[in-house]
Design a protein around this ligand. Structure first.
Ligand code: PEP
Ligand code: MN
Length: 362
């Protein structure tokens, strides 16, 4: 699959605007405050997918006219979220410049296909947020459906992934998954939606810096004239001033350099990292040997493979150790889940092998 750029140079691309269009004044005030800040695309949700009914579900069609006024008055291009063919149709009728598919839609291939079908033969740029759950193929699948419909000006937006429990992020980033996407599709623009990753204002700047350091093509940021009064996502939106402050604080660093001192230091660190990774794998393999031994003991005593108490204690101990060593609870949870799943698989193999041996003997 090859893609064409949506955005002209320079980088980074900045997409900003309120979570939701609320009133015509709020939309225009935000756009006017953003027009000379380097923003190249103004965002505002018109139809809002909300977790529970009764929350503000967007102003709907009248908001499209407000976005058209934004274009006329500020010259900013505008984008909004589409979740079905009807939304697509209305956006096309109202001259919306760029569409975006939200996380709750990317997750559903029927919906993505419906949007792709509605766009067949139409040349309009479209942004595809990652699905709610960390499924790389589902994200790529959505890009493929649009590509098959003939769309080439397609970009991806990393907005983090839903996880169960209270963690630092509202939607935990999976940086490696975004990097995989950049590597698999080098001409695909990949944007980082820091607002939906963070869910709170105080960690936006550090997350934006992280996105720059990982060489994302740009940022999507929710900006509202009066964030605390916002009708959706109040905790994560920035005032236009705070948005500009953030931009002043973050730096775009060069991807690489020929400086020999830099190269030597990188090389040193990388070779140590390689050694450490090898050690980690050997340690995990040693751990698995013991796990298999426990599997055999459990089998002899006829005890279940899964021991919930033991898992809970292990999890707590590792979370504490993680905290002491500045490892995030999200990482510890993922790590433990992977190791534990592999342990259960290995024990089951042992038990199955023994069962087979026993039935052969009989
Ligand atoms: C949004 O951008 O306001 C939104 C609803 O995003 P997501 O689909 O990432 O939750
Ligand atoms: Mn939002």
């Amino acid at each position: 699959m090859t893609f064409q750029p949506i955005f002209e140079p320079p980088r980074p691309i900045l997409i900003a605007g309120p979570c939701s269009a609320e009133t015509e004044d709020q939309v225009l005030a935000t756009a006017n405050a953003l027009k000379n800040t380097g923003v190249s695309l103004f965002r505002a949700g018109i139809w809002k997918p909300r977790t529970r009914p009764g929350a503000f579900e967007g102003v709907g069609t009248p908001g499209l006219k407000w976005l058209r006024r934004v274009k006329e008055e500020t010259g900013l291009a505008v984008t909004t979220e589409v979740a079905n063919a009807q939304h697509v149709q209305e956006c096309l009728e109202h001259g919306i410049d760029v569409l975006w598919i939200g996380a709750r839609t990317t997750v559903n291939p029927f919906s993505v296909q419906e949007i792709a079908d509605a766009l067949a033969g139409v040349d309009i740029p479209i942004l595809v947020k990652n699905p709610i759950n960390p499924d790389y193929k589902l994200w790529v699948g959505a890009l493929e459906r649009l590509h098959q419909a003939g769309l080439r000006r397609v970009a991806a937006v990393h907005r983090g992934f839903s996880s169960y429990g209270d963690f630092k992020y509202r939607n935990a980033p999976r940086w490696q998954m975004a990097i995989d996407l950049m590597q698999e599709f080098p001409d695909l623009e990949v944007i980082c939606d820091i607002s939906h990753i963070c869910g709170r204002r105080d960690i936006l700047t550090e997350t934006a810096q992280k996105a720059y350091d990982l060489n994302f093509d740009g940022l999507m940021v929710e900006v509202h004239p009066n964030p605390n009064q916002a009708w959706s996502d109040a905790a994560q939106q920035l005032t236009p001033d705070a948005f500009q402050d953030m931009l002043r604080q973050i730096v775009r660093r060069a991807i690489s350099t020929d400086d020999p001192d830099f190269l030597a230091r990188m090389e040193n660190c990388r070779s140590v990292i390689d050694e450490i990774d090898e050690e980690i794998i050997s340690l995990i393999a040693r751990r698995m040997l013991l796990v298999r031994e426990i599997g055999a003991i459990k089998k002899d005593k006829n005890v279940a493979v899964l021991q919930p108490e033991r898992f809970r204690a292990l999890r707590e101990a590792l979370l504490r150790r993680g905290e002491k060593n500045e490892l995030s609870p999200e990482f510890i949870a993922l790590f433990l889940e992977a190791v534990h799943q592999e342990s259960i698989n290995q024990q089951e193999q042992i038990i199955n092998a023994r069962n087979e041996a026993v039935s052969r003997e009989r």
